[in-house]
Design a protein around this ligand. Structure first.
Ligand code: PHE
Length: 354
């Protein structure tokens, strides 16, 4: 190999070594083999002292060319490695811009809230007031005023939640197990509100009210939740009868379920605060539940003892009360088969009612 050949060879070898380097550190090591203190180019220059001027010129020019070629190759490789690294990083941190963003979806009302609003609208259109009352209730309002005898099983700890606060009677308050205490509460408010009118000799307007709200019982399965909803209804006048209850409740059901193809059945039952008492069942003519009797409410003529506890004369104030389950009505209306779905807060379920 001539001297010139070995110079050209050094440049070729450098290019090959650089191409093999796969990281910046490897590349810098390879560079030292050629342009470093004991690198090949340095070695080539060392032998130049003994050469003639003419030879120095040609050799010098050749070495310079080789050096430039090596540097160019080095820079090209440096850039290639840097680009490869960037490429890798970009791949690792890849963003899929075709994914939909995490947007804030518009909210909606809970299906049971939709039902409560629907109930309120329908009854309001039939002249019923809408009343609200406490969920932590006195023993007198939840039980005694409603003609429950002292040892009635509904009072038991197995059925009713009690709180650590005692009323004036020494009996702990309860989480109301039904909305029926609103019958007596509302009657008292009503009498107070119209006291002036009555004093001036005018007749007191009829009591016509619904009271929707939360209720509590020691119960938990697919059709019972420890917290659930009820809606109480009360209509008391001079001569309000079961016939009126039937008319009002039939009208309500037809409008609530948006169908006239629906039958009602009053099935004899017992409640301490109504006499006679009946469960109200409905039956759809069509749809998935066609032909089945479905219980939707308890009802009855308000018991004279309850009317007395309202501060009214049972000979003059006669009428009916009912208590229905808005959760159940929601399940029937939307075809929901598990009550617990209403309380799980699963957005995939709730979204369907938006
Ligand atoms: N309070 C009763 C219950 O919770 C329902 C009811 C209300 C029955 C009004 C008659 C009259 O089961």
């Amino acid at each position: 190999m001539t001297e010139l050949d070995s110079i050209v060879d050094a440049a070729r070898a450098a290019r090959a070594a650089f191409a093999q380097a796969s990281t910046p550190a490897e590349l810098e090591n390879a560079k030292a083999q050629f342009t470093g203190k004991s690198g090949r180019i340095t070695e080539l220059m060392k032998g130049m002292g003994a050469l003639s001027v003419e030879e120095k010129k040609t050799r010098g020019a050749a070495i310079n060319q080789a050096k430039q070629a090596i540097e160019a190759a080095l820079n090209a490789r440096r850039q290639a490695l840097a680009e490869a690294e960037l490429e890798l990083q970009l791949k690792a941190e890849a963003l899929d811009v075709s994914l939909p963003g995490r947007m804030r979806e518009p909210g909606g009302l809970h299906p049971v809230t939709l039902t409560l609003e629907r109930i309120e609208r329908i009854f309001a259109s039939m002249g019923f007031d809408v009343a609200d009352g406490p969920e932590v209730e006195s023993d007198w309002h939840s039980f005694t005023s409603l003609n429950n005898p002292p040892n009635h099983p509904a009072r038991s700890m197995q059925d009713t939640f009690y709180v650590d606060i005692k009323g004036d009677d020494g009996i702990p308050y309860n989480l109301r197990p039904h909305t029926s205490p609103m019958q007596v509460r509302y009657a008292h408010q009503h009498i107070k509100k119209h006291a002036e009118l009555v004093k001036s000799g005018q007749a007191m307007p009829e009591i016509r009210v619904i009271a929707p709200g939360r209720t509590y019982r020691v119960d938990n399965d697919a059709t019972h939740s420890p917290m659930f909803h009820q809606c109480e209804g009360l209509w008391l006048g001079e001569n309000v009868s079961f016939k009126d209850l039937k008319v009002v409740f039939t009208e309500f059901c037809r409008r609530f379920f948006e169908t006239d193809d629906l039958a009602l059945r009053f099935r004899p039952s017992f409640f301490p605060f109504t006499e006679p008492s009946a469960e109200i069942d409905i039956q759809f003519a069509g749809g998935p539940l066609a032909g089945r009797w479905l219980e939707v409410a308890g009802s009855g003529q308000v018991h004279p003892n309850v009317v007395r506890n309202m501060g009214l004369d049972p000979e003059k104030s006669i009428g009916f009360a009912f208590g229905m389950g808005p959760d159940r009505l929601t399940m029937l209306r939307y075809g929901v088969n598990d009550l617990r779905l209403f309380f799980d807060g699963d957005i995939r379920f709730l979204r369907q009612f938006r």
